[in-house]
Design a protein around this ligand. Structure first.
Ligand SMILES: [Zn+2]
Length: 177
């Protein structure tokens, strides 16, 4: 059983704060005319609200794509892509509590959520022009790009504890220019 821990009320509040800050940063970076564009395309769920197939062992979060349909739409019309960021509370809590006090929850959440939002923007905007010879290479290559973008976006702001999160993720850009 991978998932046994859940964020408490105070930690869930930090998740909401991190989502809102991440949304602003990513919208700003991609010069989206309205943060609404992004907001209408995704939702964030933490462990307490995940379906069993949305729980994974290993990653701190994953993005799943769904085909959504507005409740009042007539049959077959107006369906759209909806991405769900599935945050894995227990994996995050574990790393934050075992990193000898170096990692703080809020900056870590901020990194994870900006990272997932960058994935979503890239899925939504560039998926069709993105192609690779092999799927595994493709995923790894995309992952490196997303980490580099995440860092670039977060470098613009000053949040206590963010530097330690960069240190934690440094292997993802150590060999990148
Ligand atoms: Zn990723």
């Amino acid at each position: 059983m991978p998932n046994v821990g859940f964020f408490n009320k105070k930690q869930l509040h930090q998740v909401r704060e991190a989502v809102s800050a991440a949304e602003d940063l990513v919208s700003d970076y991609y010069k989206m005319s309205s943060a609404q564009w992004l907001r209408s395309r995704y939702e964030v769920r933490t462990a307490g609200d995940l379906e069993s197939h949305e729980v994974v062992d290993g990653p701190f979060a994953q993005v799943l794509g769904y085909r959504a349909c507005p409740k009042d739409a007539s049959l077959g019309s107006a369906s759209y892509d909806l991405y769900r960021i599935c945050i894995q509370d227990s994996t995050i809590l574990r790393v934050v509590s075992t990193a000898s006090g170096d990692l703080k929850l809020f900056p870590f959440l901020l990194y994870v959520i900006v990272h997932e939002l960058v994935h979503i923007v890239r899925f939504a905007r560039f998926q069709q022009i993105y192609s690779c010879a092999r799927e595994a290479d493709c995923a790894m290559e995309e992952e490196l790009v997303v980490h580099a973008l995440t860092r670039r976006i977060l470098k613009k702001i000053s949040v206590p504890g963010l530097e330690q999160v960069f240190v934690y993720y440094r292997k993802w850009w150590a060999d990148k220019k």
